[in-house]
Design a binder for this molecule. Structure first.
Ligand code: B12
Ligand code: SF4
Length: 471
């Protein structure tokens, strides 16, 4: 038996990068398949003509025994691509298995689709081999995986994916960088995050010595940057120290990037630990700050007060690595003052630490099964009820008007302006426009001067043509 592991296209964030991110979800599945089951990863993002390439793959398989396709899906425009590929492969007689965050959160809704045969709710390393046993015997099944013991899970073998294809330069032009995962889940309970429903607010870690071995192996193969996609890496400081000491001891000249860092964890990091991180080659720490409004932070159950955020940011200014901050706007109950508080915080953070980069104020989108989704019902919001409704929703995401947003056009203008002083668009060939308009964007945003903004319509046209900010 042979299984086709499919990574569908995602959207803007992948499109604007020099190369897409490594398909880690599938790499974990592949590493944990029994030896008797052969597999191949097909990454739609690397194909200019996916139908032709899939046909080639299927027709040129010497044994011609692909019996199923395992597809990873998150709640996003990726659903559209996952559906197209599923229909295409189903017509060729393959059984279709969906897994990933979307399937995990909405298994009942997902299994109703005629082109989906099996759904995996949760982690797939044990589930996939079991489902493969059922193919041909049972149809339409939801497999609910328990939280796995990570000691028993094999780490991905990066040899199967040509790591150089997946280097991403967007963070730092000089380092071939690849994603890596060293732990799963997060104990926090932010009301907009998938973690509580998907990982039951439980944090589990892979043995750090295994992670270190993987880093060393990739280093030998020329990879110099490692982007940790852990939901929350710094839960166990001793474990983190072990990694940093290993890198220093082995004299690995690497750049390390961490996403999803919690302000209260960073607040506890002392000078000695931060120096160790610096010596090990930490380049970027990504924080999900989300809002500058204390009231909204409580509503979102977001750890860390504004005082703590500014204190951490000032503390980190002393070190070589940069601070990357994510923000959103348009939360249910958000007032004009709340938005203003977020904008003020952005400017304050950038002022206090010249190495702090604030990413665009992304319009808030409620995700399935999150606590905040319940609040949206108070505004009469009806969440999508099927994969097709989700696809329709994400196809129109830029034009979508949520009933709780006070002034959608103003929110959109603020989002657009906030894009101009982030690194995100610098790699799209739009740098000259960015340089000219950046001071104007700063002035407008700082003063919330957006009522007369004729250039908004021009930028909107450009965004629509290129799809920026929508999908
Ligand atoms: C890296 C990343 C990305 C990368 C792309 C990832 C890739 N595959 O190439 C980029 C930066 C492009 C990205 C984009 C987005 N992302 Co993102 N991303 C992540 C991140 C940080 C890591 C993903 C990863 O590699 N995980 C490691 C693997 C091993 O875990 P996994 O994917 O969960 O896979 C396991 C199981 O789910 C299951 N499984 C997965 N697929 C399959 C398939 C089958 C068949 C089976 C059986 C099992 C199975 O088994 C796997 C092993 O146990 C996650 C958070 C996280 N820590 O997981 C968010 C996450 C997936 N992203 C998320 C979101 C919302 C987005 C955006 C939509 C955000 C936005 N508003 O812009 C955008 C996409 C839209 C756009 N316009 O581009 C959410 C998804 C929530 C949801 N309901 O789907 C997550 C969970 C973050 C969060 N905290 O909410 N993302
Ligand atoms: S801290 Fe981050 S990963 Fe943890 S629950 Fe909050 S948003 Fe999710």
């Amino acid at each position: 038996m042979k299984v086709l592991l499919i990574q569908p296209k995602i959207g803007l964030l992948d499109d604007i990068r020099s190369s897409p991110e490594a398909p880690l979800s599938l790499m974990y599945l592949q590493a944990n398949l029994p030896k008797s089951i052969r597999s191949e990863i097909f990454d739609q993002r690397l194909s200019s003509n996916w139908k032709r390439d899939l046909n080639l793959l299927l027709n040129h398989d010497p044994e011609n025994d692909y019996s199923c396709a395992a597809i990873t899906v998150m709640t996003s425009h990726q659903l559209h691509h996952a559906k197209e590929i599923s229909i295409f492969l189903k017509k060729k007689g393959l059984s279709i298995i969906w897994g990933g965050p979307h399937a995990t959160l909405l298994p009942q809704q997902t299994i109703k689709e005629p082109y989906v045969d099996y759904v995996v709710e949760g982690e797939g390393e044990e589930a996939l081999p079991e489902i493969l046993q059922m193919i041909g015997k049972r149809r339409k099944l939801i497999y609910c995986s328990k939280l796995l013991d990570l000691k028993k899970i094999k780490l991905p073998d990066y040899n199967y994916i040509r790591p150089y294809v997946y280097k991403h330069r967007v963070f730092d032009r000089t380092y071939p960088t690849i994603n890596i995962q060293s732990s799963r889940g997060c104990p926090n309970e932010c009301t907009y995050c998938y973690n509580k429903p998907a990982n039951k607010s439980c944090w589990r870690a892979f043995d750090i010595t295994r992670v270190e071995k993987t880093i060393k192996k990739l280093y030998i193969h020329g990879i110099r940057g490692f982007f940790f996609v852990d939901d929350n890496f710094f839960i166990d400081i001793e474990r983190s120290k072990h990694l940093f000491n290993f890198i220093i001891k082995e004299e690995l000249k690497v750049g390390l990037f961490f996403q999803g860092i919690c302000i209260t964890d960073a607040d506890k990091m002392d000078h000695e630990f931060l120096r160790l991180m610096e010596h090990a080659g930490v380049r970027e720490l990504w924080f999900g700050i989300e809002t500058g409004s204390e009231r909204l932070r409580k509503l979102l159950k977001k750890k860390g007060t504004i005082k703590e955020i500014t204190r951490v940011n000032r503390k980190l200014a002393e070190y070589k690595f940069s601070v990357q901050c994510n923000f959103m706007s348009g939360f249910p109950t958000e007032t004009v003052t709340d938005t203003k508080d977020t904008i003020n915080l952005i400017f304050r953070l950038m002022h206090d630490n010249p190495k702090t980069a604030c990413r665009p104020m992304t319009p808030f989108v409620p995700y399935p099964c999150t606590e905040i989704m319940e609040l949206t019902a108070d505004y009469g919001y009806r969440e999508p009820q099927s994969v097709d409704e989700y696809i329709g929703f994400f196809s129109n995401i830029g034009k979508h008007r949520f009933p709780w947003v006070i002034s959608p056009t103003k929110q959109d203008k603020i989002h657009l302006l906030s894009m101009f002083f982030t690194k995100d668009l610098q790699y799209t060939g739009l740098s000259p426009i960015l340089k000219i308009y950046e001071p104007i964007a700063r002035f407008r945003l700082k003063n919330q001067y957006v009522s007369f903004m004729p250039e908004y319509y021009l930028f909107n046209l450009i965004r629509q043509i290129f799809g920026f900010g929508f999908k």
